[in-house]
Design a protein around this ligand. Structure first.
Ligand code: 26Q
Length: 812
């Protein structure tokens, strides 16, 4: 055991004292949290050091997961859980008069990501450490994470997320390991003894300082590292020359311009705008990350020529794909390797995951801008492109094909193509997504490199998303099938025999009910709104996007509302519709949709004639910590994207694991959830992939047809502009136009009828509680297959070719 209760209590009191000269009675919750966090970090320190030492000593192959985003959330609870001292901390603190759950609420979320992609990276780190796989994160330590959302008069207002204001107990600043990253300047080419060499001059240096956070494995001795880089000036704070001339503001300006690189996370997850700061961010952390990896590799004394046998770099979407060129640059310019050898090593090191097929999210950089910022890296990409185009031409003798596949074409650099050409593996994140990539978006590349393409369906860590967020459900599971599922989540399948056990189902019901009651109390305390824990909790929480179709959900609510107005005795189970969603600050339609949800909430919640049968609640500031609270309460999980548009989704898996019933289109990983649980245990609706693709190909969808021929749709859509929602008519004019004049890009009107019908099925199913609970149990039973442990095992075996390492616990 790491620590016993008595020692823990003493350690904690001592921490409070040494850090703040306070005892428990005189300390704030913040100080108590910080003291506890710092103590927990101390408890993991020995393991962290051992892990690093053992990896180095045994020259283990290590994975570096490069990502612009790590949506970690809070670490206190999950660290305590993974160290297997939850009960000791909880009881020990309680004996000191402190509630552990309350302390956890003090921690600011590390919200260094937009949504799915960043959260996936965080789940992967947890799984790698828990499986003993040597795998680390590499990213940016943003001063500000994803904005905090406030709802003011129904509108989203963004507030900077100053997550570091109280300090960060988990990180270690390692200034001694800083790296210099070079921007701008020119390249001088010289020839000596027939060998070309390149000198980069007049560049601007930026200091990348690493901040390391321990990633603690579950009940093992592994502690991996998430290394995030912060941008700083080399001459400490000022541009000394300006400073000494008395030009103070110029001196500070220089500092700010450099620090701005790691200042803020871009809050948009689509509609790339090609801003230079974003490119700087990408190169900044990629260059620093690769240089530091190579530096520590060299310390092992092995020759650089073998590095590909010891490291893997994973490229999380195209954002870090510049790694392909930067690694080449280092091998060639700094390590003096010949091109062909460097190229072979690079492709063996790199692997790339694609997370999206939306055309507007595919990253391209203008050649002009790129060249200016990274002249030498551009030369390398140019050469990679030349060689690749030549190969394509040799294979097909078809210039049009070469043009279509070129990394550099029409004035810009296609980063996805660079990642594909420079990696040994290209994967999608769900079966359907990978199939679409192979058959459509990346078809040419699939034909050219069939062996590179593979699927790795996403997953979620069951430690955070079940053990930590739903402890009472875990207790029931363990009481029922024992503890094996904890280390081997696929063992949850043993629950299947209990899905017809009335005793088990009653307990399952009770747990869900208790979760709902607790949440309702929180809502009452925080927002003053009463919600009925006996109503169906119907939840759609995810980023706000047209393709995710929050609008479809709203339209069903309006339809229900109008039906209730026409017939107040309508026989439906009362339902509470929850939404949680952040809109990118510049995404106009998404922001209007938030206002619409809040307007409908206002209308419905204040209409006494419908007897409180439906309620609508927009949960402000959806985040990892809020997700952990709402997901265990959900009866219904809304996964209603237009088929083919959601690469995978991971929220769908979290809800399933917590026993919600999914209402879904056959999109992303919903397809695989459906495959597992079968027709009877999920409610599927909507257009299938071929239907969507045909409409898109033939351009023959006609939204107006549905408006004109379905009176329910007409009434709902008209109410957007006729004042019946109780706001000025102009408020939702643009949503109206988007649907009719712009022909409803994501087929909301087309799928409406089927969705309403599916919601009716949900209503009927819920009425049969015994059946409903059986479905719920079946979903939990199959959810283990969606643990990210499973996903990571596949990455490790099929892409990275790395093995787990058994870290021995030596005490120094
Ligand atoms: C790119 C350039 C400039 C500015 C922003 C971006 C950017 C940032 C974030 C582009 C995309 C993202 C995030 C994408 C994302 O979260 N995709 C989701 O990835 C999940 C994990 O694989 C999937 O489950 C979701 O289906 C997918 O939408």
């Amino acid at each position: 055991m790491l620590v016993d209760k008595k020692t823990f209590k003493n350690d904690f009191k001592k921490k409070l004292m040494t850090l703040y000269a306070e005892d428990i009675d005189n300390s704030s919750k913040l100080h108590q949290y910080l003291a506890l966090g710092s103590l927990i970090k101390e408890y993991s320190a020995q393991k962290w050091m051992n892990t690093n030492n053992q990896y180095a000593k045994e020259s283990r192959k290590q994975v570096y997961y490069f990502s612009m985003e790590f949506l970690i959330g809070r670490l206190l609870g999950s660290n305590i859980l993974n160290l297997d001292i939850y009960d000791i901390c909880e009881e020990g603190l309680s004996e000191l008069g402190i509630n552990l759950e309350e302390l956890q609420e003090v921690e600011n979320d590390a919200g260094l990501g937009n949504g799915g992609l960043g959260r996936l990276a965080a789940c992967f780190l947890d799984s790698m450490a828990s499986l003993g796989i040597p795998g680390h994160g590499c990213g940016i330590r943003y001063d500000y994470g994803l904005f905090e959302q406030k709802i003011v008069d129904g509108y989203q207002v963004e507030i900077p997320d100053n997550w570091l204001r109280d300090g960060n107990v988990w990180e270690v600043r390692r200034e001694d390991k800083a790296i210099v990253v070079k921007f701008g300047g020119e390249v001088i080419q010289t020839e000596k003894d027939g060998k070309l060499s390149f000198e980069h001059i007049n560049y601007e240096s930026v200091l990348a300082v690493p901040y390391d956070t321990p990633i603690i494995g579950y009940k093992n001795n592994t502690v991996n590292t998430m290394r995030l880089w912060r941008a700083e000036t080399i001459d400490k704070d000022f541009d000394l020359e300006s400073f000494s001339k008395g030009q103070y503001s110029k001196a500070v300006e220089h500092k700010y311009s450099i620090e701005s690189i790691s200042q803020v996370l871009y809050p948009d997850d689509t509609r790339i705008d090609g801003k230079i700061l974003r490119l700087k961010q990408q190169y900044f952390f990629v260059s620093a990350g690769l240089k530091s990896i190579i530096r520590s590799y060299k310390k092992t004394g092995r020759p650089i020529e073998e590095i590909h046998n010891y490291i893997q770099v994973h490229i999380n979407d195209t954002h870090p794909s510049i790694a392909v060129a930067e690694f080449m640059r280092i091998l060639i310019d700094e390590e003096n390797l010949p091109w062909d050898e460097a190229w072979k090593m690079t492709t063996e090191v790199m692997a790339y995951t694609n997370h999206t097929i939306l055309a507007e999210a595919l990253e391209k950089w203008s050649i002009e801008l790129f060249k200016k910022l990274l002249p030498r890296v551009f030369m390398i990409i140019d050469e990679i492109n030349e060689r690749f185009c030549k190969e394509v031409f040799e294979k097909y003798n078809d210039l049009e094909k070469v043009h279509k596949m070129a990394i550099i074409a029409d004035g810009s650099i296609n980063m996805a193509y660079l990642a594909i050409v420079g990696s040994h593996s290209v994967n999608g994140v769900a079966k359907l997504h990978t199939e679409i990539l192979k058959s459509r978006e990346l078809h040419n590349f699939y034909e050219f490199y069939p062996e590179k393409f593979n699927n790795k369906t996403n997953g979620i860590t069951h430690r955070r998303w079940l053990m930590k967020s739903n402890p009472r459900l875990c207790e029931l599971i363990t009481d029922t099938i024992g503890t094996k599922w904890i280390e081997a989540p696929e063992k949850l399948i043993d629950l299947i025999v209990y899905s017809e056990d009335e005793n088990f189902k009653n307990k399952l019901h009770e747990i869900k009910q208790n979760n709902k009651i607790r949440f309702a109390e929180m809502v009452k305390a925080k927002y003053g709104i009463s919600i009925d824990p006996n109503s169906i909790f119907d939840v759609q929480v995810k980023r706000l996007h047209a393709y995710k179709r929050q609008l479809l959900n709203v339209f069903n609510i309006l339809n229900l509302y109008y039906k209730l107005k026409d017939d107040p005795n309508l026989d439906i189970v009362p339902r509470t519709f929850f939404f949680g969603a952040k809109a990118a600050p510049g995404y106009y339609l998404a922001k209007r949709t938030i206002k619409l949800i809040n307007t409908v909430a206002n209308l419905v919640n204040n209409d006494t004639t419908i007897n409180g049968k439906i309620k609508v609640l927009f949960l402000e500031n959806y985040s990892v910590s809020l997700a952990e609270k709402i997901i265990p309460c959900a009866d219904v999980s809304e996964q209603i994207s237009t088929t083919t548009k959601e690469a995978s989704g991971t929220g769908n898996m979290k809800f399933m694991m917590n026993g919600a019933i999914t209402i879904a289109t056959l999109d992303g990983a919903n397809v695989e959830i459906h495959e597992k649980v079968g027709d009877k245990n999920i409610v599927i609706f909507g257009m299938k992939k071929d239907e969507v693709m045909n409409y898109e190909k033939n351009k023959n969808y006609n939204a107006a047809y549905y408006y004109n021929n379905d009176p329910r749709i007409k009434r709902i859509v008209d109410s957007l502009i006729d004042g019946s929602l109780g706001v000025p008519k102009s408020e939702f004019e643009d949503i109206y136009k988007y649907l009719l004049a712009n022909n409803d890009e994501f087929f909301v009107l087309k799928d409406f009828d089927d969705y309403v019908e599916a919601q009716n099925r949900i209503n009927l199913l819920y009425k049969n509680q015994s059946k409903w609970l059986e479905m719920s149990a079946v979903n939990i039973a199959y959810s283990g297959d969606f643990s990210s442990d499973n996903t990571i095992k596949n990455y490790a075996k099929e892409i990275w070719h790395v093995n787990p390492v058994n870290i021995k616990l030596k005490k120094n």
